[in-house]
Design a protein around this ligand. Structure first.
Ligand SMILES: [Fe+2]
Ligand SMILES: [Fe+2]
Length: 188
């Protein structure tokens, strides 16, 4: 079933926040590592999906769309920089937990802004059929988006789309050496 882009985004936010909560509550180091690997992957993919599908549409439809999407891209970049460091560390390393918490705090602020301001404005302005076709593109991008953070890669399509596809084989190789937890996406 095709979901509209608002539902796709809110589902991703739920998954990410739920995983972050699981990370906080988990005392077993191996399990915590698997959850952290999954958080990093889900945020990397989600950011690319928004940058490729949502932000250009915000620029097109909202009067202050350029300002909103530039601001969002900046917030994504900060999160990606932290994620990039976390991606090369182990959960048991000194400073990991503090950096993870800092990154999640920044991300939650960004998610709150999207859910309370940007997305409601977008939903009000954009016709239902376009929200649905953007939802389909968003879900499609999920299958080709990079699964690791690349803070120095382009953050606008079409360059981001191409760079993501180019980095995917290496990202997938890294993923094949890691363990993940189930995100529970099917139950949403
Ligand atoms: Fe975002
Ligand atoms: Fe988001």
């Amino acid at each position: 079933m095709t979901k509209d882009i608002i539902t796709e985004i809110i589902d991703d936010h739920k998954i990410i926040k739920n995983l972050a909560q699981r990370y906080e509550n988990e005392s077993n180091t191996d399990e915590r590592q698997k959850i952290a690997n999954t958080v990093i992957r889900e945020i990397a993919v989600h950011s690319a999906c928004e940058e490729i599908n949502l932000y250009p549409a915000i620029e097109k439809h909202l009067t202050n769309g350029k300002e909103l999407s530039d601001h969002s891209r900046e917030e994504h970049l900060q999160v990606k920089k932290d994620l990039y460091k976390l991606d090369s560390m182990k959960v048991t390393d000194d400073g990991y937990r503090e950096l993870f918490e800092k990154m999640m705090k920044e991300l939650k602020h960004h998610i709150d802004e999207e859910e309370s301001d940007h997305l409601p404005k977008f939903k009000e302005t954009v016709p239902k059929n376009e929200l649905e076709s953007l939802g389909a593109s968003f879900a499609k991008t999920r299958t080709t988006a990079p699964t690791h953070p690349h803070p120095s890669a382009p953050d606008k399509p079409p360059a981001e789309t191409m760079a993501g596809i180019a980095s995917l084989p290496l990202d997938k190789t890294l993923d094949s050496m890691r363990d993940f937890v189930d995100t529970g996406r099917e139950k949403l």
